[in-house]
Design a protein around this ligand. Sequence first.
Ligand SMILES: [Zn+2]
Length: 320
Amino acid sequence: MPMMKTSADSFIRGNPAFGRTVRDFVQRNGLSLLKKNNSFYCGCLKRYNIYMQFIDSHAHLNDPAFDADRTELITQKLPQAGIALSVEIGCSPEEWQPALELSSQHPSLIRAVLGVHPEYACKMNDAAWKQLAALLPDERNVAVGEIGLDYTCLEFTDKEKQQEAFARMLALANQTQKPLVLHIRREGDDYAAYEDSFRLLKHQWNGSSSTGYPGVLHCFCARYEEAKKALDLGLLLGINGCFTYKKNEYIREAVKKAGADKIILETDCPYLSPQGKRGQRNDPSNVPLIAQFTADYLNMPLEELAEMTTRQAKALYGLK
Ligand SMILES: [Zn+2]
């Protein structure tokens, strides 16, 4: 990308979508103004964040990995990186209340998603199901998830238990009309978890949500064959660090075929740091890096990808 020095105000005035001035744009989008002087560099990610807005559609900021700096990260690092909002996934009974509380502490920056990860389905009992049904309608909770099937963790919860919990979660999603956040994981070349998930989705789920977007297949890590089945159900694909790993060309090809209008961005932090940062703790401030990588691969301008994926994530979760 060419480096081009320009006045921030004149650049933004030349792009009607951005508003009249930097200050105008920054205020309308709830961003913090980072400029030290009135100029910035097109092509420099940090400077782009003056006017680009990203959403981390799937994060685990309540993970102990963030215990030392959680508040500082959410209130300072994320707004500075252009992260307008991070969606916190509470996927086992002990995570539900903390996810809602994190949203209460940072109402403009955090929303919650509640559900049962297939690995933790073994923790569900009558009281937990009752509690979940009572919490799902909470307005801080924007979806049902992450739910699905994962046959790489059968030592914790066997296939039958996973499928039973998934079907029950789908019934709750039907009742609450909230979109789904799906976790489906293949085991090597074995895609049985996808086949079983699509079968359950077809038979147990009404396929609708009050936002108009039925859900997202989070951490998309499969072939176009699986992408196509998800798209046919109206689902979006969640793109994270997996998309950036060298060996995952088949994932990139599937996403290219699906198109940018079918994806949203996520980190799944603290796991899955993007290429170049592997081995380090992941956090939502890496979303612009994932976006840059994706925009380059799809051969489109970063700001266009940022605008599309942010708009799609907001629509999915019913955010203003
Ligand atoms: Zn997750």
